[in-house]
Design a binder for this molecule. Structure first.
Ligand code: KIV
Ligand code: ZN
Length: 510
């Protein structure tokens, strides 16, 4: 059996796509989940891209011990220096240098000749190697590049000290048989007197990212770039969970394995949803909420006789917890703690557990049975609520179809002061948000508001996600409560607390 390296780019290719941006503590939380899951490489970001990216890559490099921590760098010495400064304290640093190789990119984007690209690869990879013991080189748009030129570029990178050469299907153009053939060609025609690895990076523009990745493995690729939930530029990247489970389930076809603990696939997927607020579709393979649901009578009958009739993977093998266990007001703290761990909330601090337990008990009083989704929603709010500076004390909302919407609100500050506000609004939530702005004397604009029911039933909790704009920064907020006004207020205050807790943030409402 061949070992296939998992190079995870959730925090770089994934994070750079719209709707998936994460702050430093969110990225750290995701990185430690990836490390626990056993991925070989965590691509933590693109250090030269911005100061914020640099800080995130450095923080992850300082923290992670078992996986390589990579920073992306364009093929310039300056980028490599910045990337190296960010990752040099990592237990296992990896410098990831890339340049495009297709004629269309050379002509219109790089404005370089093929000779200039070859020279740049030779000198920059050698420079990167002088800084960092482990260098990976990627050819961007490799699948639309001239085959012989691509081979020459990859060979140059290997000759200059790269340990891994990677071919990117940057625009998701390749077909599975083309990818298999390309990998087989490079395996046969590249050489190096050191150990070296061939890798692929597939995008999903034609829905083929995972298929192309698997074909590459068949043809001999040693490493694959993937992301949790398949997030990434445009239609995304090959999905980590699909790739890992295809290799595991069809070991007979691939003769390969990964070091990923598959029981953490669902917790990792959920953690990413929690941190970014972007959901996965219900029918998403492996981690979608319907991935193991059997609706039709014929299927259900088959499942009762023998699960293998309609199930090729056991849900528990990918980390779906046993949903038959429901919790109620008599459940204890230990049971809740175990449940939280199964749901992906490892490493909660004792005070966080106390808060979650208190909210769980209140909910269990109001609702007879508390399901996993309720517990997740409460825990998510707790994890996202770092440093509660402002808290709801009390409020009155007046709303109806014969009067204007008004809100009186009192916000408690963690220094013991109370701030009162009053406002009218287009609707009750608008009035509440205007009243908070009035109380805190701030000018925050609501960009996005989403409410959904955590479970079915009229006693369901409402989960509210907001995006607000404050001084050119977009900040997320999340709140959950059986009372949807309180969930809405909590989400807005969560966004405000996030702004307040940012080390570069401005103290507002003083
Ligand atoms: O899609 C791409 O080409 C990339 C490279 C930087 C590897 O993400
Ligand atoms: Zn990419």
């Amino acid at each position: 059996m061949r070992k296939i390296d998992i190079f995870d780019s959730t925090l770089r290719d994934g994070e750079q796509s719209p709707g998936f941006s994460m702050n430093i503590s969110e990225k750290l939380a995701m990185a430690s989940m990836l490390e626990e899951m056993g991925v070989d490489v965590i691509e933590a970001g693109f250090a030269a891209c911005s100061q914020g990216d640099f800080a995130c890559v450095k923080a992850i490099a300082d923290e992670i011990k078992n996986s390589y921590v990579a920073s992306l760098a364009r093929c310039t010495e300056k980028d490599c220096e910045i990337a190296w400064n960010a990752i040099q304290n990592a237990a296992k640093p990896l410098l990831h240098v890339f340049i495009a190789t297709s004629d269309i990119h050379l002509k219109y984007k790089l404005k370089m000749t093929r000779e200039e690209v070859l020279k740049s690869v030779a000198s920059t990879v050698a420079f990167a190697r002088s800084l960092c013991p482990e260098v990976e080189f990627s050819a961007e748009d490799a699948t639309r590049s001239d085959r012989e030129f691509l081979r020459e570029v990859l060979q140059t990178a290997l000759n200059s000290g790269a340990a891994v050469v990677n071919m990117a299907d940057t625009v998701g153009y390749a077909q599975p048989d083309e990818m298999r053939e390309l990998v087989a060609f490079m395996k046969a025609n590249l050489s190096c007197d050191r150990d070296w690895k061939l890798s692929v990076h597939c995008h999903n523009d034609l829905g083929l990212a995972t298929a192309n990745t698997l074909e590459a493995v068949k043809a001999g690729a040693d490493r694959v770039d993937v992301t949790v939930n398949g997030i990434g530029e445009r239609a995304g990247n090959a999905s980590l969970e699909e790739t890992v489970m295809a290799l595991k389930t069809r070991e007979d076809v691939y003769g390969a394995y990964t070091n990923v603990n598959t029981k953490l696939l669902v917790p990792a997927s959920k953690k990413l949803v929690m941190l970014t607020g972007s959901k996965v579709q219900a029918n998403k393979a492996i981690v979608g909420k319907n991935a193991f649901a059997h609706e039709s009578g014929i299927h259900q009958h088959g499942m009762i006789e023998d699960r293998r009739t309609y199930e090729i993977i056991k849900p528990e093998d990918v980390g779906f917890s046993d949903t038959r266990m429901v919790m109620g007001k008599h459940s204890g703290r230990h049971a809740l703690e175990d449940r939280l761990r199964e749901l992906g909330f490892q490493g909660l601090k004792p005070n966080q557990l106390d808060d979650i337990f208190e909210k769980f008990k209140l909910l269990a009083e109001a609702k007879k049975l508390v399901g996993d989704r309720d517990i997740e929603a409460i825990a998510r709010m707790e994890v996202l609520n770092i440093g509660e500076i402002y808290k709801l004390d009390k409020y009155v909302i007046n709303s109806g179809n014969i009067l204007s919407n008004t809100c009186n609100i009192r916000i408690a500050r963690n220094d013991g002061r109370y701030l009162d506000g009053f406002a009218t609004g287009e609707g009750p939530i608008d009035a509440a948000y205007n009243a908070i702005n009035d109380a805190l004397k701030i000018d925050i604009k609501l960009l996005d508001y989403m409410i959904e029911s955590v479970t079915g039933g009229t006693d369901a909790q409402g989960a509210v996600s907001v995006k607000v704009l404050y001084r050119e920064r977009t900040v997320k907020g999340y709140g959950v409560d059986i009372n949807i006004f309180e969930a809405s207020i909590a989400a807005y205050l969560n966004a405000i607390n996030t702004i307040e807790n940012d080390p570069n943030g401005t103290i507002i409402g003083t």
